[in-house]
Each structure stands twice: as structure tokens, then as C-alpha cells.
Design a protein around this ligand. Structure first.
Ligand code: ADP
Length: 381
């Protein structure tokens, strides 16, 4: 197999001219988070959000130029907001990205606290929402699979201890195998590793968890599970912004958080709370995703904005964090995730799978520019 060199990708991208300035996108340092895994290439092009329409042809040209290189089988380029947008940086969001971000294949040094909890995981990211039912788990599962599709080693931890849905969404049955030294083997499907309290107790069992028990279960699922070497561990957080979530955000060494929201105002108000929660504990918010954005009629394909549309984008701009993308309200997304064959796997060529892949690329690109974070001090309440 021909190895794809970083320099070749950059050389190809140096032919892509930014029409606004007449200078190429490499010279302008717009290419971020270049990831090369096997034959797959992903990167982000940083732009001013106001130019997103004008820059779409540039994105397409950049993808085409890299796809033409020998050995390349897939390319995903995404436009991300320039990180010097007003408000960015105040919470640890990257203000000036590293010129050549280390890719997931070159993990940074880890702190003792992190080594202790999950020794070989480069980044842990939280998928969170201000309230339940907005499609957080569906998004977490499809993003985890899309990240794996980029060639990354991915794990998915279901921290939604009150209503674990990952076993069903990943179509995994059975119990995890015990390993020597009281360790547990993670479950696996579709090329990712997964762990959920749902594997250990019956889905129907009502659970009354008190705060310390939740933390105990979560820490066990991090520390005692044989995750092995992972580029990214995606954590499906419990919904809401209460004490349990805050403690969790503090105790897990998170590289960043992604907030899932529906377009309704109420939900956005909740999303804002989620954002502030992570900022409070100094976890960078990687961006907001608008889920159930436009409704696509399964019969005629007509699009309707049931919950309004674009609210999350406007809100993200106002809050100074990135808008990562939108996922429509589509029957196919519900049916596939509820039947254990998420759409990224079941219909990889669909526009919805493409939308998840684009968001996954943006997340990977942002992480590649982030230093690996230390776990904050643990304070027992
Ligand atoms: P949460 O984790 O926020 O509680 P879930 O991911 O469990 O939400 O989703 C709630 C329900 O909505 C599920 O039945 C799921 O299949 C469905 N759903 C989620 N996102 C979409 C979407 N974009 N289009 C259609 N149905 C969706």
C-alpha cells in the first residue's frame, strides 16, 4: 500500500486558491488538523463564518485535489469557523491553533491522573445535552462510528446511567467477559468498542442511583474496562446540567464537549446551560450540533422546519462557539438507530451519514489542535 505523506497532501492543497485573497489556502495557514489514517484523509479549512457560502467551492476543490493523489480512497474536508471569532478562547477554546497540529497518530504526553484512569486513550470527548430526548445518544453513536470510519480507534462509553441506550443502538447483546485482575473486556460492534451499564443490568430494571453510585459506576467503566489503545473515547453523557453532570464533567479528563440541541428555543435555553456548565469546569466546548433540524417527509421528500431551523447556528455564534452542523429529523435516522444499525453503517452513502462524517471530521480536526488535557483535581462532595 502506498503511504500517503503529509507533505503530498499539503502540496496538493497549495494549488487551491482562496478567491477572496488570490492566495492559496496553505500559504494562508487555513488548513487545520490534517489526519491521515491508512487511505483516508480528513482536514478542516478555517474560515470566517460569514464566508461559508463563498468558500464551499474551495472546500470541494480541496477535497478533489487530495482525492486525486495516489493511494487516497476517501477525503473529508470541512469548513470550520476561524477560531478568532469574538468570544472564542475565553473557555480554553483554542485561540491560536498550533501551526502543525499533531494528528491522533501522535498523541501528546499524558498526565499521571489520566494514565491512571484510562492509560491509552488520547482524547475523551463528552456528547451532552441540556435535556433528554433531543437525540444525544443517536448523535453519539453515529459520530463514534463516523470517527471510526475516518480510521481512528474509537470507544463509546454510555454514561447515561439512568437510561442506557447504547447497547440497543449498537445492536449488541450479551454480557461483557470478565478478564484477570477484575478487569472487564469491552463489547464490540461495527469496529468500535463499547461499554454501558446496560450490558451489566437488564434494560428493564429500574435503577435508583444516588450521586456517589453514579460516579462509582462511571469510574469503574473507565478504569476497569480494558479499552486498550484508543484515539478517541466518546462519552454519551446523562442529559441535563445537574450536580451529577457537573461532577462527571469535573472527574473525567475531558478534551472537549459537544452539545446536541434541537432548534426549539426552550431546548436552546437548556443547551446554553450545558455550555455554561462545561465552561465552568474549564472543559473546551468543541461546538453545538442542531439535531432534528429540518423534517424530511418519508413519502415525498418534502422538507419542513417543524421545530424552526437555524436556531442553534445563531445561538452558537452568539455564544462564541463553533456550530458543527445540523442533522435533519428523518424517519430513517430513528429506525436505523433504534434497530441497532445506525445510519452511518446502514446507509453510508446517504446525505445523513455524510453529515455525521463531516461533523466527525470537524471534531477530529479540532482535537488535533488541542493539547491533551489533565484531569482536574477530584473533590468529593
Ligand atoms: P437522548 O439521548 O437525547 O435522550 P435519543 O438519541 O435516545 O435521545 O433519541 C430519542 C429518539 O429520537 C430516539 O427514538 C431516536 O431514534 C430519535 N431520533 C434522534 N435523532 C433523530 C433524528 N435526527 N431524526 C429522527 N429521529 C431521531
Amino acid at each position: 500500500m502506498v503511504a500517503i505523506a503529509d507533505a503530498d497532501v499539503r502540496a496538493a492543497l497549495a494549488d487551491i486558491i482562496d478567491p477572496r485573497t488570490g492566495t492559496d489556502i496553505i500559504a494562508q495557514n487555513m488548513v487545520r488538523g490534517l489526519i491521515i489514517k491508512d487511505r483516508n484523509v480528513g482536514f478542516a479549512i478555517e474560515i470566517d463564518p460569514a464566508d461559508s457560502e463563498a468558500m464551499e467551492p474551495v472546500r470541494k476543490a480541496a477535497e478533489a485535489a487530495v482525492r486525486a493523489l495516489p493511494g487516497v480512497s476517501s477525503v473529508t474536508a470541512v469548513l470550520t469557523a476561524h477560531s478568532s471569532v469574538p468570544g472564542a478562547g475565553q473557555t480554553g477554546d483554542r485561540a491560536t491553533p498550533a501551526p502543525q497540529a499533531p494528528g491522533p497518530q501522535a498523541p501528546g504526553p499524558q498526565t499521571p491522573a489520566q494514565r491512571d484512569l484510562v492509560p491509552d486513550v488520547t482524547w475523551i470527548i463528552a456528547i451532552a445535552s441540556g435535556k433528554g430526548g433531543v437525540g444525544k445518544s443517536t448523535t453519539a453513536v453515529n459520530l463514534a462510528l463516523a470517527l471510526a470510519g475516518l480510521g481512528l480507534a474509537v470507544g463509546l462509553l454510555d454514561a447515561d446511567i439512568y437510561g442506557p441506550s447504547i447497547p440497543r443502538m449498537l445492536g449488541i447483546k450479551g454480557k461483557p467477559q470478565p478478564l484477570p485482575d477484575k478487569r472487564i473486556a469491552p463489547m464490540e460492534n461495527y469496529g468500535i468498542k463499547a461499554m454501558s451499564i446496560g450490558f451489566l443490568v437488564d434494560e428493564e430494571t429500574p435503577m435508583i442511583w444516588r450521586g456517589p453510585m453514579v460516579m462509582g459506576a462511571l469510574e469503574q467503566m473507565l478504569r476497569d474496562v480494558e479499552w486498550g489503545r484508543l484515539d478517541i473515547l466518546v462519552v454519551d453523557m446523562p442529559p441535563g446540567t445537574g450536580d451529577a453532570q457537573l461532577t462527571m464533567a469535573q472527574r473525567v479528563p475531558l478534551a472537549g464537549a459537544v452539545i446536541v440541541s434541537t432548534p426549539q428555543d426552550i431546548a436552546l435555553l437548556d443547551a446554553r446551560k450545558g455550555l455554561h456548565m462545561f465552561r465552568k469546569v474549564d472543559v473546551p466546548v468543541l461546538g453545538i450540533i442542531e439535531n432534528m433540524s429540518t423534517f424530511v417527509c418519508p413519502n415525498c421528500g418534502h422538507q419542513t422546519d417543524i421545530f424552526g431551523h437555524g436556531g442553534a447556528r445563531t445561538e452558537a455564534e452568539r455564544l462564541g462557539c463553533d456550530f458543527l452542523g445540523e442533522i435533519p429529523l428523518d424517519m430513517a435516522i430513528r429506525v436505523t438507530s433504534d434497530s441497532g444499525q445506525p445510519i452511518v453503517i446502514d446507509q453510508p452513502d446517504s446525505p445523513h451519514a455524510e453529515a455525521y462524517r463531516a461533523i466527525a471530521t470537524a471534531i477530529a480536526a479540532k482535537l488535533a489542535g488541542e493539547p491533551v488535557r489533565a484531569a482536574p483535581q477530584i473533590v468529593m462532595e
